[in-house]
Write a protein that binds this ligand. Structure first.
Ligand SMILES: Cc1cc2nc3c(=O)[nH]c(=O)nc-3n(C[C@H](O)[C@H](O)[C@H](O)COP(=O)(O)O)c2cc1C
Length: 212
C-alpha cells in the first residue's frame, strides 16, 4: 500500500520522517508539493488549491446561530465536566467560566482556516492568569513536538491537545503509527525536561519562557 510504504516507522531522523509525513498528508489533501527547480530543496513548491466548490461547502458548515446561551444550556444539560474549545481571548475565557465550564481549550483549531488568527501560545499566559485557578486550561493548535508541549505547560496549561500530531501518523500507519508518534513525543518530553533541568511537570513555570 502506497501510503504505508511511504512511512518507514523505524527509519532514523525525525526531520526526514516529518518530511515524509508532510508529503503523505499533502497527498491525502490533494495538494501537490512537488519541488520546483527554483529556490533549492523544500523552498519553493507548486501548490494546487482546493477547488472553489469545496471551500464554499465548508463555509455552509459554519453555523453562526450557535451562541453563548446555547453553550450554557449544553453545559447545564450535560451536568459533568464541560470544556469549550476555541477560546483565544481573556474575555471569552471569563465568559466560559461564567456559564459553568470546567475547562477551556485555548485553540485556534490548528490555524488552518483563518489566516492571521492568533496563536494559542501567545494568548495562553494572559488567559491562565485570569481564569487558571477556576478552570482547567488546555492548549491546542500547532503542537508537534515535545518542546511545544513544554512551552504550553510552562505557560500554565494543565494539558495539551492536538489534531495533526496524531492524525498524520494515523493516516500513514494506523494504530502502530499513532503509538510510534506518541512514543516519540514521550521521548522528546523526557529528554527535553532533563536538558531544562526539570524533574517533574510542576517544575515548569513561566521562568522557562522568554518572549522576544
Ligand atoms: C482534518 C481535520 C478536521 C478537523 N475538523 C474540525 C471540526 O470539524 N471542528 C473543529 O472544531 N475542529 C476541527 N479540526 C481542528 C482540530 O479539532 C484541532 O483543533 C486542530 O487539529 C488542532 O491543531 P493541530 O492540528 O495543529 O494540533 C480539524 C482538524 C483536522 C486536521
Amino acid at each position: 500500500m502506497q501510503i504505508f510504504d511511504a512511512l518507514d516507522i523505524s527509519s532514523s531522523g525525525l526531520s526526514a520522517q516529518r518530511r515524509k509525513l508532510t508529503a503523505i498528508a499533502s497527498n491525502l489533501a490533494n495538494v501537490d508539493t512537488t519541488r520546483t527547480d527554483e529556490g533549492g530543496p523544500y523552498k519553493r513548491r507548486r501548490v494546487v488549491m482546493l477547488e472553489a466548490p469545496k471551500m464554499t461547502k465548508f463555509s455552509t458548515m459554519l453555523d453562526q446561530d450557535m451562541n453563548w446561551k446555547d453553550a450554557e444550556k449544553l453545559c447545564s444539560d450535560w451536568g459533568g465536566h464541560f470544556a469549550l474549545k476555541g477560546i483565544l481571548s481573556v474575555e471569552d475565557a471569563k465568559r466560559a467560566v461564567d456559564i459553568g465550564c470546567t475547562g477551556i481549550v485555548v485553540s485556534n483549531h490548528g490555524g488552518r482556516q483563518l489566516d492571521g488568527a492568533r496563536s494559542p501560545f501567545d494568548q495562553l499566559a494572559d488567559i491562565v492568569e485570569v481564569v487558571g485557578d477556576r478552570v482547567d486550561v488546555i492548549c491546542e493548535g500547532g503542537i508537534q513536538r515535545g518542546t511545544h508541549m513544554l512551552k504550553a505547560l510552562s505557560l500554565g496549561a494543565k494539558a495539551c491537545a492536538g489534531g495533526r500530531l496524531y492524525l498524520y501518523a494515523l493516516a500513514a500507519a494506523g494504530q502502530v503509527g499513532v503509538e510510534k508518534a506518541l512514543s516519540i513525543y514521550k521521548t522528546e518530553l523526557e529528554r527535553d525536561m532533563k536538558l531544562m533541568g526539570c524533574k517533574k511537570i510542576s517544575d515548569l513555570s513561566t521562568n522557562n519562557i522568554k518572549f522576544k
